[in-house]
Ligand binder design. Structure first.
Ligand SMILES: *[C@@H]1O[C@H](CO)[C@@H](O)[C@H](O)[C@H]1NC(C)=O
Ligand SMILES: *[C@@H]1O[C@H](CO)[C@@H](O)[C@H](O)[C@H]1NC(C)=O
Length: 994
């Protein structure tokens, strides 16, 4: 949760930035207007018009370009720059910076007439989409080019190695295109004037001698090869070193570099390097010594590698270091020792950014006041203990403090903040801290990002918050607040994008809530004591969790048009009542709806069918009547349907199986559903949890159950059932998150709720109905079943001898039917069986002797008058003599139940090893998610922070690509971090010079 609002924040700041750039564009324009006297050359004008014909200009952004008389002077066309001496076109810049962020140009082809622009020095087509076509060969003929930017242009096919002919090039950016693998960089050394090179996201995985090619560029200062699948330099290429010493900035994240060879290569540039990014590589071992020789280094980013140890002595000689990012490594040892070594360096006065988050650093927080320039201090997600030293309050340059997710304890007082007037972002969440601050305290800062989740500050609502006028993110969950929600609080929340007040005892009503939210905020208000009706103002939330409160009244706020932004709505465990209004037509973005445990009545409204993105629908424990509305079949994304414990009636609809093919959990129990089970149910190939118990369903159990393919497979690669959803924050921004489903059902005789392991639960429960006929033997194909409950029906016939195929079964309940015959021997071979109930049937004969059937309590077999043998006292006629020995057997089995149950969990774990990516993917995913939320726009824009190491069809990929698509035309690598509104993250700026 915790990086969440930052992400929203990034987008806000981004929007701001866009504004600034648009304004910048206008300034350019007026400057051009002053050059009235210049007329362009006709041949070049024709070439430009031909070039325009190769573009798709739906927004008419090139309206200044044309044949008309008043548009004669092509030097005045937008994006065209002429020499003021010769009148020749020397520059063509149609990037977003010039034409503006609202316009999207697309390309069909680059007209060959372009080569008529012999004098062209500067060509920038950044962000114009050419949908996969190849860059034409004649690009190599524009021999005067000094500056060429074709990034994000969606060119594909063969890499345009003819750019190697452009011997005057100083700036070359071809990043984020879709070229096929680059076979070699032989063309590169021809560009002897090159200063800036960006080939990010081109595939260089076969180019083992890439360092050699780079070494041959004597003027190169800036090198960016993000996500190029770069192999580690081979030693043979390293032995050839005849390089310049010019490299200032090296940016190589998301590659396959290893510690020894990359630093060996970089040591050629020891004295020149200022900026070095090697994040997201598999760099391992301790922090390399050679770093200490990079005497000019100002920005170092080694985050998301596997560096270990806790001895940063290599930094001792880095006197210019301003920003150090070692987050997400496996650094260990005492933080105090680590910092002491940093102190001993001359960098202590220059260091502005120190990010050591996501490591294993331990011990208490040392005195950090010597780091006198520090603006950002991030230590979150380490193993820190003890208190926070008061003198942190003296570090007056601090803008961002993040100590979250440690084991810090003790009391925070106003002294801790005494001089922190620049503080914008404060995150102390997920520790055991107590905030002891007087109600009259006026803090020296105005925070934007407040995350004090789990810091105890109650019982009164913290009054000092009233002084904070600008926050966009606030989390004071689990803070021990037991008070009425003050009305002034809402008035401060107009611009919030994220609010979390969960798990307090906050009471009162929403009566004073009149403000209009500026954005579509995420509001987490669950587990409090809020009362009264839900105001329509809250319908503007994108995420609204009001569960576990005491809210009442109707839910007519759902009728507001503003609900269009709502993705997640949880009103469960309140006391809302009345009908669900039949007006759900605006909820087109809703993914999760939980109205469980309320007093809602009437029919489920037909307009539920308009909520077509919905994946989780929970209406449990209300008083709904009537049938499931057939419009529900439009909701084809549904994964979870839980309408347990209502008064719904009618037959189980056939369309459930036909339309809702994605269902994983279908729980209809405790209603009045009748009729027989439709065979269409068998189309639910993803179903894992099918519960029709406690209804009045009659007829046979369909034989087609074999088709339930997920139940017919053992184990599951996914531990939980999670959903990704998007949240729009304003018109332009969006972010995403995911939630995990939970489900509650009878498990081994008791009500249990599963969440984090819900993905492992595979069960069928048809108990307490009026089913007749035999148990189809086909059911034994469902070898993934962990629980099967057919009890309390009128089933007849025998237990199929193949029952033993259900090797995953942990729980089997066939009690209270009319089943006869013997208990099949194979049942005794289900080692995992931890719960069994066969009571009250007509079973007969000897209970098979096996590993554990004798271990169950005799009540399991009760009511079967003709059963005999242990554990029943009644001995079988032919075996009375041998009784005692079996008796011993039985005793030795006695306490096996628990073990077997444990075995189930262990075996679940083993099932997982098979789906290795499932687990690992999830772990990496969470880590990546955290990183994603914390990463800069430049990283996201420059490619995709998550591109590394995830199996392809992953929810994050779609996010990633959407983000990419969103940022691309807008100049993705804009360094938002330089914008002062934001907490400082990292300082990357690759903004090309015009
Ligand atoms: C022509 O451009 C040069 C630089 O490119 C500038 O210094 C000079 O002032 C310009 N001359 C006129 C007349 O605008
Ligand atoms: C090259 O790198 C330096 C150091 O990071 C940076 O200041 C400069 O803006 C970069 N140049 C370009 C063209 O991006």
């Amino acid at each position: 949760m915790q990086g969440h609002g930052r992400c929203l924040k990034l987008f806000l700041a981004f929007a701001l930035l866009l504004l600034q750039y648009t304004q910048g564009g206008e300034v350019d324009h007026s400057q051009r207007d002053t050059k009235v006297s210049i007329r362009c050359i006709e041949r070049e004008r024709q070439a430009l018009l031909a070039f325009k014909r190769g573009l798709v200009d739906e927004d008419n952004s090139l309206s200044s370009w044309g044949l008309e008389a008043q548009k004669q002077d092509c030097c005045r066309w937008i994006g065209v720059y002429c020499s003021n001496q010769t009148g020749h076109v020397i520059g063509l810049d149609l990037s977003y910076k010039v034409i503006g962020e609202d316009y999207f140009l697309q390309g069909k082809m680059i007209s060959p007439k372009l080569i008529e622009l012999h004098h062209l020095q500067h060509l920038d087509l950044y962000g114009i989409k050419f949908s996969g076509s190849e860059i034409p060969d004649f690009i190599g003929s524009l021999s005067n080019l000094r500056y060429l930017d074709l990034s994000w242009t969606n060119f594909g096919g063969k890499f345009p190695s003819q750019v190697g002919n452009l011997s005057n090039l100083q700036y070359l950016a071809l990043s984020d295109n879709d070229f096929t693998n680059i076979e070699n960089l032989d063309w590169l050394p021809l560009l002897s004037s090159l200063r800036y090179l960006d080939l990010s996201y081109a595939n260089l995985s076969n180019v083992f001698d890439w360092p050699e090619a780079i070494n041959k560029l004597p003027e190169l200062t800036n090198l960016t090869l993000q996500g190029c699948d770069l192999p580690p330099p081979t030693l043979s290429t390293l032995s050839y070193i005849n390089s310049s010493k010019s490299l200032i900035s090296v940016d190589l994240p998301f590659n396959h570099l290893n510690t020894s060879s990359i630093f060996l290569w970089l040591s050629n540039y020891n004295t020149s390097l200022v900026h070095l990014v090697l994040s997201y590589n598999p760099l391992a071992g301790s922090i390399p010594d050679v770093l200490g020789d990079m005497s000019s280094l100002a920005h170092l980013d080694l985050s998301s590698n596997q560096l270990e140890g806790g001895d940063p002595h290599s930094f001792a000689r880095l006197c210019s270091l301003q920003s150090l990012d070692l987050s997400y490594n496996i650094l260990s040892g005492q933080l105090s020792k680590f910092v002491q070594i940093l102190f001993s360096t001359c960098a202590q006065n220059s260091l502005e950014i120190l990010d050591l988050s996501g490591n294993d650093l331990a011990g208490s927080l040392p005195d950090l006041t010597n780091l006198s320039s520090l603006e950002l201090l991030s230590l979150y997600n380490n193993q820190l203990t003890g208190g926070i030293p008061e003198n942190i309050g003296l570090m007056s340059k601090l803008k961002t403090i993040d100590f979250s997710m440690n084991s810090l304890e003790g009391v925070i007082s106003k002294t801790h903040f005494s001089k922190l007037s620049k503080l914008q972002s404060l995150d102390l969440s997920s520790n055991s801290l107590v905030l002891d601050i007087h109600a009259d305290w006026i803090p020296p800062f105005q925070l934007d990002f407040i995350n004090l989740g789990s810091c105890k500050m109650g019982p009164a609502f913290p009054k000092w918050l009233q002084t904070q006028k600008n926050f966009s993110h606030i989390d004071i969950s689990d803070a021990g607040i037991s008070d009425i929600l003050p009305s002034w609080f809402w008035s401060l929340c107009r611009n919030v994008t994220f609010m979390n007040l969960t798990s307090n005892q906050i009471g009162g009503t929403f009566a004073n809530l009149t403000l209009e939210f500026s954005y579509f905020p995420e509001l987490h208000l669950s587990s409090n004591k809020l009362e009264g009706p839900i105001p329509s103002v809250l319908s503007k939330a994108s995420y609204l969790d009001l569960s576990y409160n005491k809210l009442s009244g109707s839910i007519s706020f759902l009728c507001s048009r503003a609900t269009i932004g709502l993705s997640f709505l949880d009103l469960s465990n309140n006391n809302v009542s009345g009908q669900v209004p039949d007006c759900l037509t605006h909820l087109e973005n809703l993914v999760m709806l939980d109205l469980s445990y309320n007093a809602l009545s009437g029919k489920i409204p037909t307009t539920i069918g308009s909520v077509f993105r919905i994946e989780t629908l929970k209406l449990r424990s209300n008083k709904f009547v009537g049938q499931l509305p057939s419009s529900l079949k439009n909701c084809t994304s549904l994964v979870v349907v839980d309408v347990v414990d209502n008064k719904l009636s009618g037959p189980i609809p056939k369309w459930l199986g036909v339309s809702l093919k994605n269902l994983v959990i279908l729980m209809l129990s405790s209603n009045h559903f009748n009729g027989s089970l439709p065979s269409q149910i068998c189309h639910l190939t993803h179903i894992q949890n099918l519960d029709f118990s406690l209804n009045i369903i009659s007829g046979n159990i369909p034989k087609c159950l074999t088709n339930l393919t997920t139940l017919a497979q053992k184990g599951n690669p996914r531990l939980n059932i999670s959903h990704y959803y998007e949240i729009s924050t304003d018109q332009q921004g969006f972010t995403g998150d995911d939630y995990e489903d939970d489900a509650t059902f009878i498990w081994k005789g008791g009500m249990k709720t599963y969440k984090s392991t819900l993905g492992l639960v595979k069960r069928i429960d048809l108990s307490s109905n009026k089913l007749t006929g035999e148990i189809p033997s086909e059911i034994t194909h469902l070898v993934g079943l962990v629980s099967l409950n057919l009890s309390r029906n009128q089933l007849t016939g025998q237990i199929t001898p193949e029952i033993g195929n259900l090797q995953s079964l942990d729980s089997l309940d066939l009690s209270r039917n009319h089943i006869d015959g013997r208990i099949p021997k194979s049942l005794a071979r289900i080692d995992r069986l931890g719960f069994l109930d066969l009571s009250y049937n007509n079973l007969s004969g000897k209970i098979p002797v096996g590993t554990q059937l004798q271990g169950f309590d005799p009540s399991v077999y009760a009511g079967n008058l003709q059963l005999c043998g242990p554990p029943l006292k009644k001995m079988c006629a032919d075996e009375k003599e041998r009784g005692p020995s079996e008796q011993t057997d039985f005793i030795s089995q006695e306490d096996k139940d628990e073990l077997i149950t444990l075995g189930f969990y262990i075996s679940m774990g083993l099932g997982f090893a098979a789906g290795f990516w499932g687990v690992c993917g999830t772990l990496i995913f969470s880590r990546m998610l955290i990183n994603y939320k914390r990463s800069t726009l430049s990283e996201l824009g420059g490619g995709c922070a998550i591109r590394f190491g995830l199996p392809a069809p992953h929810p994050l990929w779609s996010l990633c690509y959407k983000l990419k698509a969103f940022l691309a035309p807008r100049g993705a690598s804009a360094s938002v971090l330089e914008a002062d509104e934001l907490p400082l993250w990292r300082r990357h700026s690759y903004w090309p010079l015009v």
